[in-house]
Design a protein around this ligand. Sequence first.
Ligand SMILES: [Zn+2]
Length: 117
Amino acid sequence: MSEVVFMGQTTAEQNTLFGNRNFMGGNDLVVYYVRSTVPGYNGCAAHPAGRPGCVVVRSASRWTLAHEFGHVLGLNHVSNNDRLMTGLGTFNITNPPPDLTAAESTTMRNSNLSTPL
Ligand SMILES: [Zn+2]
């Protein structure tokens, strides 16, 4: 049960959920904790245009939120369970805390959703 959807289209239900952005700015990432998704994922980073954020299922691993934020900020899956962006399921991370590469960090910092420090 790993999450695979992050750039796909959103459903009407997702659009309604992501409409809940009280007091958030346009570039603020919002996380929605939910009981479950259909189909069953640990999280999902697909979001409507202009409403950045992600969904995390309450039973997800401790790494899922960071993993989904990684997607929202432009990262793709890798096939390495030592890394945060493993596509093999964050419950399978073998060497916590999971790693981000320098290139992944740069991608996230360069996202148009990131505020320069
Ligand atoms: Zn993922």
